[in-house]
Write a protein that binds this ligand. Structure first.
Ligand code: CP
Length: 321
C-alpha cells in the first residue's frame, strides 16, 4: 500500500474489517514492523484526534512519529506553482516535501480545503504534490476532499454496533456557524457506499455532495423522512459543495436550527445510535440530550481512529519490507 485516500485503497472491505478487529484485539502484535522506521505527520491545520491517534498507532507498531505543524514549527509554505514568492511564505512545497520525505519512511498530511477555489481543492492540489515529490507512502489525515482515516473508523464502529445484517445509515447535514469542508461527508458517503448498509443522505437544497462520492446513496431532502427507521444517524455540517452552482462553492447556504439533531429527530429512528466525527458544536449540530445519551457513539468512534490508521500504517510497513 503506497497511498491511503479512498476506499479503493483499502481493497476488500471485509478483509480490512477483519484486520481491524485483529489490530484492536492485539495492538502490539506487530511492533517489530516499525523498528527503525519513522512516520512524518505534517499538519497544515489543527487537530486533536488525528494527531494523537496517528502517534499512538505509530507507537503501537514500534515506529517513531515526528509531528510538524506547518507555519508554527516550520516556515510558512507556498503551495501554488509558478508564483512570485514575495509574500510571507518563505519556502515552497516543491523543496519542503522531498526534504521531509528524506527524514521518514511514511508521510501523513493534513491539509484542509481552502473553500475558495473548487478546482484547486477538488484536484487535491496539495496532497498530489506530496504523492509526486515524496517518493514515500502518503496518508491523507484529512485533505481537501477526503478524510479516509475517519471514514474507516466510522465503518469499524458501525460494524461493531450493528444488530442487523444491513443497517440503515443516515448522513444528515446539520447547522454550523462557520463554513466547513466536505471531506468528512464525502469520505463517509464513499465508504458507506462500499459497505453493506442502506445509506440515505439528507440535507437542505444546494448542499448536494459531489456525485463521485455518493454512488448508491438515496438523497432525501426531508430530514424527518430520511431518519425514519434509521439504525445509525451520522450528523455533520458541510459548506456548499458547488455541484449545482460552482459560484456558491464553500458558502453557507443555511443555518436552519431545525436541522439540529435532537430528541425529536431521534424519536423517529429505530432507536438509532448517534455518530459524529468530533469536534462537535453542542446544540448546533446535536442537542446535549442526544450526544449525552447511551445511544451516542462519539467516544468509541474517536477511539477507533487508532485502529483505522494502525491498519493503514501496518499495511504500509508490510509493503516496505
Ligand atoms: N475527527 C477528526 O479528524 O478530529 P481532529 O480534527 O481533532 O483530528
Amino acid at each position: 500500500m503506497n497511498k491511503f485516500f479512498h476506499v479503493s485503497d483499502i481493497g476488500d472491505i471485509n478483509a480490512a474489517l477483519a484486520e481491524a478487529r485483529q489490530v484492536k484485539q492485539t495492538p502490539y502484535a506487530w511492533k517489530h514492523l516499525g523498528e527503525n522506521r519513522t512516520i512524518m505527520l505534517v499538519f497544515f491545520n489543527s487537530s486533536l484526534r488525528t494527531r494523537l491517534s496517528s502517534q499512538k498507532a505509530a507507537l503501537n507498531l514500534g515506529m517513531s512519529p515526528i509531528v510538524l505543524n506547518i507555519g508554527q514549527d516550520s516556515w510558512k509554505l507556498e503551495t501554488e506553482m509558478g508564483v512570485v514568492m514575495d509574500g510571507d511564505k518563505s519556502e515552497h512545497l516543491r523543496e519542503a516535501i522531498p526534504v521531509m520525505a528524506s527524514y521518514c519512511d511514511i508521510i501523513g498530511v493534513r491539509s484542509f480545503a481552502g473553500l475558495k477555489d473548487r478546482e484547486f481543492d477538488y484536484a487535491e492540489t496539495i496532497l498530489s504534490q506530496f504523492v509526486q515529490y515524496a517518493g514515500k507512502p502518503v496518508i491523507s489525515l484529512e485533505s481537501a476532499t477526503v478524510h479516509p482515516c475517519q471514514a474507516f473508523a466510522d465503518l469499524i464502529t458501525i460494524d461493531e454496533y450493528k444488530t442487523k445484517a444491513r443497517p440503515k445509515v443516515v448522513l444528515t447535514w446539520a447547522p454550523h456557524p462557520r463554513a466547513l469542508p466536505q471531506a468528512v461527508p464525502n469520505s463517509f458517503a464513499e465508504w458507506m457506499g462500499a459497505a453493506d448498509v442502506d445509506l440515505v443522505i439528507t440535507h437542505p437544497h444546494g448542499y448536494e455532495l459531489d456525485p463521485a462520492f455518493t454512488a448508491g446513496a438515496r438523497i432525501e431532502y426531508d430530514q424527518m423522512k430520511a431518519l425514519e427507521g434509521a439504525d445509525f444517524v451520522y450528523a455533520k455540517n458541510w459548506s456548499c459543495p458547488g455541484v449545482t452552482d460552482p459560484s456558491l462553492y464553500g458558502q453557507i447556504l443555511s443555518k436552519d436550527m431545525g436541522w439540529t439533531v435532537d430528541e425529536a429527530h431521534m424519536a423517529v429512528t429505530d432507536n438509532a445510535h448517534f455518530m459524529h466525527c468530533l469536534p462537535v458544536r453542542r446544540n448546533m449540530i446535536v442537542s446535549d440530550g442526544v450526544i449525552d445519551s447511551p445511544r451516542s457513539l462519539v467516544i468509541p468512534e474517536a477511539a477507533n481512529r487508532v485502529v483505522s490508521i494502525q491498519v493503514v500504517m501496518k499495511r504500509m510497513l508490510e509493503s516496505l519490507k
